[in-house]
Design a protein around this ligand. Structure first.
Ligand SMILES: C[S@@+](CC[C@H](N)C(=O)[O-])C[C@H]1O[C@@H](n2cnc3c(N)ncnc32)[C@H](O)[C@@H]1O
Length: 424
């Protein structure tokens, strides 16, 4: 198998663990999880609940149901779109807009097998058994019939199938089992990006591409709401989403602005307004650039429809954002760059480009280092490869990776320090 094939296969599978980021600003009702899993255990008629544990105080890991669990094939099948199929594999219910096909002879509450349409050929409203390319993703209980889903007069919403057991055997979990704001379903490398920033009280931190605010709130929480965090995204709607996430999680030290971060450096260094964009040179102690990217690290990836032209385009906006970040980062300040993709251009390629373009930047270890090293032979020395974190299927003897950090989404993190003024 080539490296490319092994990456493709890895991307088709969901992560093996479900992760909740715990909001340390609130008390956690962990007993809710125990009770919820107990209820599920009874319904699944099995002996034990999945193992769960804290990887760190702000990171709760839940494992899969035992391999012995299985169900007989159900009488009927529902066909869902690839995005919905991917969500089911990660432990979600089926929401009405994701349903493409359902037979006419179904009854409410019957158990029904869930299939993802993999060929894009299944049309909404499909009535009979689908014979195209489909993948089994789980089984559940039917909560809506055809007329709820496909009648012209309805805008379908709500749970159409209550998932009982995904094919991945991940537990069906969502944030609603806890009180509002206590937890957030978040991919492990995204949480690690927050740990790398390591926000401390009284630091002045910029989150350049912040919506929906999942990392912003993490930074606020880890500083105990004592850092000053400026969160930017490009539209008012995205900015409102950041504010909403902050309100939900009690993050009170965040100021969100709608702004184009490629233009966030003010040409006027006498501008004394430090709280609003654009910012003058050398303003921030730390900057998180969680860049817009091709998103090819999402797992499982059941429909990849990104065009080669689109794929090529990301590095240009990433470079512009990076350039602005370097200017407004203070000397000795730390810049953390992250993406949720697997392409070299957007990851190791960006690091190599930045080190060449900005003599004021020094690569530093993106600690804590849990992911693998950067890929070899793409512009980074072994020493540099060891300083970054790549989350992917690769095995590299430079740094072995524990299963939990391997069986997650594709992601990349690099950290830099600005050692001198960017003009010098
Ligand atoms: C990977 S997402 C950020 C996710 C976010 N950091 C989180 O953890 O919740 C990238 C974000 O960059 C934003 N973005 C893209 N171009 C931008 C620009 N020029 N200025 C500011 N934000 C931008 C997108 O709107 C998108 O919300």
């Amino acid at each position: 198998m080539t490296q490319n094939d092994s990456l493709k296969n890895w991307l088709l599978e969901p992560p093996k663990y479900t992760i909740f980021r715990i909001n340390k600003l609130m008390e956690l009702d962990i007993v809710n999880l125990q009770n919820y899993l107990e209820e599920q255990r009874k319904e699944l008629n099995t002996n034990s609940i999945p193992k769960y544990y804290f990887l760190k105080p702000d990171c709760l890991v839940i494992e899969q149901w035992p391999t012995t669990l299985s169900f007989e094939k159900s009488k009927n099948e529902v066909i869902v779109d690839p995005l919905c199929a991917a969500a089911v594999l990660r432990g979600a219910h089926v929401y009405a807009p994701g349903v493409l096909g359902l037979p006419t002879n179904c009854d409410i509450n019957e158990r029904i097998d869930i299939y993802g349409s993999m060929d894009g050929q299944c049309k909404r409203g499909h009535k009979v058994k689908y014979d195209g390319n489909k993948q089994y993703v789980g089984t559940g209980f039917l909560k809506m019939l055809r007329y709820h889903l496909f009648d012209k007069a309805v805008q379908p919403s709500g749970i159409a199938i209550q998932t009982l057991l995904p094919a991945s055997r991940l537990p069906v979990l969502n944030e609603t089992i806890f009180s509002k704001g206590q937890v957030l379903l978040q991919n492990l490398p995204s949480i690690i990006a927050g740990w790398v920033v390591n926000a401390q009280p009284y630091e002045f931190i910029l989150d350049m591409c912040a919506a929906p605010g999942n990392k912003t709130t993490h930074l606020a929480e880890m500083s105990n709401n004592k850092a000053v965090i400026i969160a930017i995204d490009k539209t008012i709607q995205k900015c409102a989403k950041i504010q909403q996430t902050c309100n939900k999680q009690g993050a009170t030290c965040v100021k969100a602005y709608a702004y184009d971060s490629t233009k966030i450096h003010s040409g006027d260094d006498n501008n004394n307004n430090i709280m609003e964009p654009p910012f003058c040179s050398n303003s921030f102690n730390k900057i998180l650039l969680d860049a817009p990217c091709s998103g090819l690290g999402q797992r499982p990836q059941l429909n990849n429809i990104i065009s080669p032209k689109m794929l090529q385009s990301y590095k240009f906006v990433q470079r512009k954002l990076f350039d602005a970040a370097v200017k407004i980062l203070e000397i000795n300040g730390k810049l953390i760059y992250s993406t949720c993709t697997v392409t070299v251009d957007e990851n190791e390629g960006m690091v190599a480009w930045a080190l060449e373009k900005f003599p004021c930047l020094k690569l530093i270890p993106a600690e804590p280092l849990y992911g693998g090293p950067g890929l070899p032979n793409v512009g980074l020395s072994d020493k540099e490869r060891l300083m970054v974190q790549r989350f992917g299927p690769e095995d590299d003897e430079l740094r072995p990776v524990e299963d939990i950090y391997k069986n997650t989404i594709g992601f990349f993190i690099a950290a830099f320090v600005k050692t001198k003024d960017h003009n010098s």
